[in-house]
Design a protein around this ligand. Structure first.
Ligand SMILES: Cc1ncc(C[n+]2csc(CCOP(=O)(O)OP(=O)(O)O)c2C)c(N)n1
Length: 807
């Protein structure tokens, strides 16, 4: 083949430059394949627990990496090691450090050993939690395991470029995040995972929004063992998405199809496709088929079980590195000897990098073992159990490849053995154990929440100020005025959701704000909860401060997976390497019927650790929370009380500036006999019940928790129980839902059981969802009468003479 006729991408290069590019790529392909082969061995010989690798996908990823520029983002999945190597976002040593779960960010920057092998990310944050520049480097968002889960965030990463381009003034201010919106968000996904709803939702949304999103589908024909005929209509994702293609009249996608082993074809395809994507913000789909998976899906099984002999033979023949090699030779770019030398060197490089990664990981543990053994020797000296302790020490030293848990187990066993001994070394050993436990806490459990100076707990409260002129208005007007102030003073804030833009939200909390601030600030979206959240995550990763609205709390279920798997655990799974300070705004608890009265708080509390969960009782408190959150760098969910928009509240004079502290309950009613702990729409109903109870001589304290995560950091509730000796936990969740959570927090964490004179009680909604209509609500959710009766029953149990049964 004539060298001068190579693809257009290479035409501006001299032959020498072109050859260097090709041989660099070939080297990376060889190294990456060797890393996969070696990685599998490491799992099978027990050095690592699980392995999933990118073999068979090398060549396509080299081509994608060629088109990837500074400022661009990747949102991909576990097959992308070759891309990461080629883009210089991952070293081979780091690849192995991750396989071994090395819990140190300097050794394993993607996730500090937390994320499992094949889960990549770049560190977007400095040590102190501030943003690094994104434009002078290549970026990868943090991978997650749920297949297709990378898609919603990808939309947001691409949308950020769109918004920056639409708002040049902002782009000029945010130069460390964008170069006028010229950045592409590259997505990767396996062919089988395109069956997920998240894929289609994202594809449609990006087509509507016309954002620079470039999705590559690595099509190897299987999802683990299940072939394409069970995954994809017509067995071709590009064919079925052809209706999305751009036409003369209508905007849409550019769709390209390439073969996973065709290096020159792929390089050219990526160059052409990403040019329009970057310049014209046209979304692009690259369907890469004829991709192989030489080692099978993962270390958990062999592909011979489900691939035919014919398929296995084809995979061997069309192995992408083999084909790349053939092409290099046919094109006379290099000789067989040169390629063999590259391959041999790659094997050496990988072997060396693997050894270094292993030594770094295992030597760190061995050093800790030695320290622990020294502690055990000290303990043994003055102990009657010397023989046994020395035996434990010797056993610990003998373990060929020890793990940290074995240190803890041995120390605890020896301290138990010596319980009650008058041995001064025990204190020292015990102190060492505590220090070691704390160290491992930092290694394996830190950074679920921001530990930066912008941690939400560091935001000081600012009281709402009122004067004689302060008007009584509908609650929704307070939110609207507050959002107006935010949009006027914070250009990086954008808000979006279903009906949020043109009409200003179903409850008018954004009314007129699109007209005033522009449709690049306040936006309508399609009905697509998961990608509304993804849109927010991607924007937040790129410097925006998005407020994403989920129209009703009941529909948060559509988005809970992405909130849980992606947003809530982001700081944790990168050990502080990334953050997405997204505010999710919704409304719930009480209105009408099965799907507009939900309060599934336990479900949210269980799924969203890593986010703050705020449940204001009215719109002033809600506005105060938004202001607090915008001063912090953490993600949160704010649930406005759905039935409160038309209830009158006093408009604060310092709208947009007052802040409500999270983790701080408020006492709404003072009382001596019993403490009612509640939140949201029930606050008013509890206050009403308390008035009736006082007529019966029962004095209740009503505490509005306001913030479920974090929960009462001030001890307000335990202090109240100290006074009253009795407590009722009240909410609209199911029995044993968030009331059980509150009870655990108060009795166990605040130690309140010591002060109780009567059994603690919970009162919640019924197990079923609320029936429609006023009576449906009354008989499904706690009413003032239910509260009265439950409180009275506690008082009756406590003092039956003073409080005889009523009914
Ligand atoms: C939501 C979800 N369901 C199931 C799995 C288990 N799983 C992991 S990989 C995989 C197959 C994915 O196949 P494909 O998308 O074609 O990617 P490939 O592994 O072939 O590159 C499955 C079912 C998962 N990780 N996430």
């Amino acid at each position: 083949m004539d060298n001068s006729s190579q693809h257009t991408a290479q035409q501006s290069l001299t032959f020498e430059e072109f050859r260097n590019h090709v041989l660099r790529d070939f080297r990376i392909a060889c190294e990456s394949r060797q890393a996969s082969l070696t990685g599998r061995k490491e799992v099978l010989t027990g050095k690592a627990k699980f392995g999933i690798f990118g073999d068979g996908k090398e060549v396509a990823q080299l081509a994608m990496a060629r088109a990837f520029r500074n400022g661009d983002f990747r949102s991909g999945y576990y097959r992308d090691q070759t891309f990461m190597f080629a883009a210089e976002l991952l070293t081979i040593q780091e690849f192995f450090a991750q396989l071994y779960a090395h819990p140190d960010v300097t050794a394993e920057p993607s996730s500090a050993g937390r994320g499992m092998n094949g889960h990549y990310s770049t560190r977007l944050l400095n040590e102190d939690g501030s943003w690094k520049s994104q434009v002078d480097r290549k970026n990868s968002s943090a991978d997650i395991s749920p297949t297709g889960g990378q898609m919603p965030r990808l939309l947001g990463l691409a949308f950020a470029s769109g918004l920056y381009r639409k708002n040049p003034e902002l782009a000029a201010k945010m130069q460390s995040f964008t170069n006028n919106g010229n950045e592409i968000a590259f997505g990767t996904i396996g062919d089988a995972s395109t069956s997920e709803g998240l894929f289609f939702e994202t594809i449609n949304a990006a087509g509507v929004l016309q954002v620079p999103m470039a999705v590559s589908v690595w099509d190897d024909g299987y999802g683990i063992s299940v072939p394409a005929r069970y995954q994809t209509t017509k067995q071709s994702i590009s064919e079925i998405l052809s209706g999305f293609a751009q036409t003369e009249e209508k905007a849409g996608y550019r769709i390209y199809k390439g073969r996973g082993w065709d290096y020159p074809g792929l390089v050219e395809m990526y160059e052409t496709g990403t040019k329009v994507c970057r310049e014209e913000h046209i979304p692009v789909l690259f369907h890469i088929n004829e991709v192989t998976q030489p080692q099978g899906h993962s270390t958990s099984g062999s592909h011979e079980r489900y691939k035919s002999r014919e398929r296995l033979d084809w995979e061997e023949e069309f192995d992408c590195i083999r084909k790349m090699r053939e092409w290099i030779l046919e094109s006379a770019i290099a000789t067989t000897e040169e390629l063999d030398a590259i391959d041999a060197a790659a094997k050496k490089t990988v072997s060396e990098a693997r050894r270094k990664a292993w030594d770094a990981h295992s030597n760190a543990i061995k050093t800790e073992v030695k320290e622990a053994v020294a502690q055990l020797h000290t303990l043994a000296q003055g102990s009657q159990q010397k023989v046994f302790i020395e035996k434990f020490a010797a056993q610990l030293l003998e373990i060929g490849e020890p793990e940290r848990k074995e240190i803890i187990i041995a120390l605890k066993k020896c301290l138990r053995l010596t319980r009650g001994e008058n041995n001064s070394a025990r204190n020292e050993v015990s102190a060492w154990l505590h220090r070691y436990t704390a160290l491992n806490q930092e290694r394996y459990s830190s950074k679920l929440y921001s530990e930066s100076q912008w941690n939400v707990l560091k935001v000081a409260p600012v009281p709402a100020r009122y004067s004689n002129e302060s008007a009584m208005v509908d609650g929704r007007e307070i939110l609207q005025a507050n959002f107006d102030h935010i949009l006027s003073t914070r250009p990086e804030v954008v808000a979006f959701g279903e009906d949020v833009g043109f009409i200003g939200g179903v409850n008018q909390t954004w009314a007129g704000l699109q007209q005033k601030h522009g449709d690049h600030r306040v936006m309508d979206t399609g009905i697509r909860e998961a990608t509304i959240i993804g849109q927010g995550i991607g924007l937040a990763l790129r410097g925006f401060r998005p407020i994403a609205e989920i129209q009703y709390l009941d529909y948060l279920a559509y988005a809970i997976q992405i909130l849980s798997d992606d947003l809530a655990c982001l700081q944790y799974r990168t050990k502080g390497g990334q953050k997405a300070p997204l505010i999710v705004s919704t409304r719930g608890h009480r209105l009408e019927g099965i799907w507009h009265s939900g309060s599934p708080m336990q479900f949210i509390l269980g799924a969203l650790r890593g986010m703050h969960i705020l449940v204001p009782r009215n719109m002033t408190q809600a506005a105060g929370f938004y202001n607090t959150l915008l001063a912090s760098d953490e993600p949160a969910l704010v649930i406005e009380p759905l039935n409160g928009y038309r209830i009158k509240e006093k408009m604060p004079d310092n709208i947009g500036e007052f802040r409500v502290q999270v983790g701080t309950p408020e006492i709404l009613e003072q009382g001596d006999d019993l403490t009612i702990v509640t939140y949201g729409a029930l606050c008013r109903i509890a206050q009403e019940a308390v008035r009736h109870l006082s007529e019966q001589g029962i004095s209740c304290e009503v505490i509005d928790v306001q913030s479920l995560l974090p929960f009462d950091l001030t001890g307000t509730i335990v202090n109240s129980i100290r006074k009253t000796g009795k407590v009722l936990f009240l909410d609209e969740d199911v029995p044993g839902g968030a009331t059980a959570f509150m009870m655990q927090q108060v009795l166990e964490k605040q130690d309140a059981f010591r002060y109780l004179d009567a059994a603690p009680r919970t009162l919640s909604a019924k197990e079923h969802r609320p029936a429609y209509g006023s009576d449906g609500d009354y008989f499904s959710k706690p009413s003032a009468e239910d509260i009265f009766d439950t409180v009275y029953a506690i008082m009756h149990e406590y003092d039956p003479e003073e409080f005889p049964a009523i009914y």
